[in-house]
Design a protein around this ligand. Structure first.
Ligand code: NDP
Length: 480
């Protein structure tokens, strides 16, 4: 069985302990490769390699750094089919999602920051007759990047690309649940001859390998995407060490639908924003609030469409939903459906595990599920489920829906459907969220700030925000 390798100082290597653990294909519930169980000593080696590479990488011209990153982007594109198949196999997502979202966006991440860094300027502040201040933006040194399993290569490179572009050297760990495309990325770096030690990728569990990255005194910043509880644990360790922290955490996003929306477009997009990637996108709108005038019309049309949605193996081109990422996650999501029933909810569509024909009969499939009749404050409506489960709730007024929308501990994104311009502005301003989409969903512009408020995180990724995070400002004053 294939053994995934760490990539440290430009060399593929086994974990020093020699220990591996199983990588499971969610579509079949079968082991298909082995993952290094890396420990402190592997992280130590990776940080040391990154530290040694830093003087050369950080002093390289931005054009040359950009050229290296472009080579990596092109290298991924050259192996496009292999990356798409690997992402789908590792995660359980339909191949068409990996094809249209994950892998193209990973390539864009490298390309965007490879050229973006050339336009990144720092400030100067003139003091007339006194002198001038100018601000340098210096790379930090070695930084740690830790990412989750839902959009594996996409979110991994979303951190790595700005870190590298800004002149840092990186020690990165993908989720242990979905390590394969990070391994392929190492193969691409090897092929293009990427400078050794600049990007080191180490596999293993969060509690051991991830924790060692966070605790290492030489990692000057930690960029983390994952669950809120993990983010809290990381902050507890990193904050007293005065590390820079970017935490992109959980969400429980509202999708607010007013009577005056464009109904057909809203319905089409709401199907996606509810169930794309099996609902495992941090930006999915899992709490749907519908104004009373169109509540029944929406409910009937939504339920009818979702009952027809095809849950199938990821290779099926007609699959609208594939497998969820792991058995544990499937049990968690099914547990929340049971909780919703206990809390008085009515399941209007779905609600069950799906057992497909062999060889997919042991895979982790769940029907897309719609639940109504729940109080907005119940656990089902407050806790992140992160699966193909949404609730629908009627409302009458803006004030009422704002109270419900803002009632959770989270504040990542929100979606609004209305043709009333003033209302759109009012609501967008009042909602607790880092990102608001009006009459759309998941439209991404890599230049915009990306992140959440409240328990959805600290800091922003994207564009200049990411480059600012991965640099330290140093102000210099020159007397005139
Ligand atoms: P986790 O928090 O479980 O894990 C995220 C990453 O952190 C993994 O690589 C994990 O390793 C690692 N990790 C776990 N424990 C530690 C630790 N103590 N120290 C250092 N690293 C650790 O999240 P999931 O992978 O389950 O991802 C789902 C979550 O991610 C959801 O809450 C979702 O909302 C959130 N998310 C947020 C996004 C955002 O932009 N705000 C975007 C996408 C997802 P391993 O798994 O290998 O053990």
């Amino acid at each position: 069985m294939e053994k995934i390798q760490n990539y440290i100082n430009g060399v593929f290597e086994a974990p020093q302990s020699g220990k591996y653990f199983d990588n499971i294909e969610p579509a079949k519930g079968e082991v298909y490769s082995q993952i290094p169980d890396s420990q402190v000593e592997d992280i130590e080696k990776a940080v040391s390699a990154a530290k040694n590479a830093f003087p050369i990488w950080s002093k390289m011209s931005i054009e040359e750094r950009g050229d290296w990153m472009t080579k990596v982007a092109d290298g991924i594109a050259n192996r496009m089919d292999e990356f798409i198949a690997a992402e789908s196999r590792d995660n359980g997502k339909p191949i068409k999602i990996a094809e249209h979202v994950d892998i193209p966006r990973a390539i864009s991440n490298f390309k965007f920051f490879a050229t973006g860094i050339q336009h990144f300027a720092s400030e100067s502040h003139n003091m007339v007759g006194v002198g001038i201040n100018y601000t340098l933006r210096k790379p930090l040194g070695v930084v740690g990047c830790i990412s989750p399993w839902n959009l594996p290569l996409y979110l991994f490179t979303w951190k790595i690309a700005p870190a590298l572009a800004a002149g840092n050297c990186v020690v990165a760990k993908p989720s242990e649940v979905t390590p394969y495309t990070a391994y392929l990325l190492c193969k691409v770096m090897d092929e293009v001859g990427f400078p050794k030690g600049v990007l080191n990728i180490v596999h293993g569990f969060g509690q051991s390998a991830g924790d060692a990255i966070v605790r290492h005194k030489e990692t000057k910043a930690i960029s983390f995407t994952g669950g809120t509880a993990t983010g809290k644990a990381i902050a507890t360790i990193a904050a007293p060490m005065f590390k820079k922290l970017s935490l992109e955490l959980g969400g429980k996003n509202p999708n607010i639908i007013f009577d005056d929306c464009d109904f057909d477009e809203m319905l089409k997009t709401t199907i996606r924003s509810s169930f794309a990637n099996q609902g495992q996108i941090c930006l999915c709108g899992s709490r749907i609030f519908v104004q009373k005038g169109i509540y029944d019309k929406f409910k009937n049309a939504f339920v009818e469409k979702i009952k027809q949605a095809k849950v199938s193996n990821p290779e099926d081109p007609k699959a609208q939903l594939g497998a969820v990422v792991s058995e544990g996650h499937m049990e968690k999501v099914l547990g929340y459906i049971d909780l919703a029933k206990e809390e008085g909810g009515t399941v209007l569509a779905g609600g069950n595990r799906v057992v497909l024909d062999a060889p997919y009969d042991k895979g982790y499939y769940i029907e897309p599920t719609i639940i109504e009749g729940l109080d907005y404050q119940c656990r089902t409506n407050q806790e992140e489920i992160f699966g193909p489960v949404v609730t629908i709730t009627p409302f009458e007024t803006e004030k009422e829906v704002l109270t419900m929308a803002n009632s959770t501990e989270y504040g990542l994104s929100a979606t609004l459907w209305t043709n009333n311009l003033k209302r759109a502005h009012r609501m967008a301003d009042e909602i607790d969220a880092g990102i608001v989409w009006v009459n759309s969903w998941l439209v991404r512009d890599l230049r915009t700030p990306f992140g959440g408020v409240k328990s959805s995180g600290v800091g922003r990724e994207g564009g200049w925000e990411a480059l600012k995070f991965f640099t330290e400002p140093k102000n210099v004053f020159i007397k005139s």
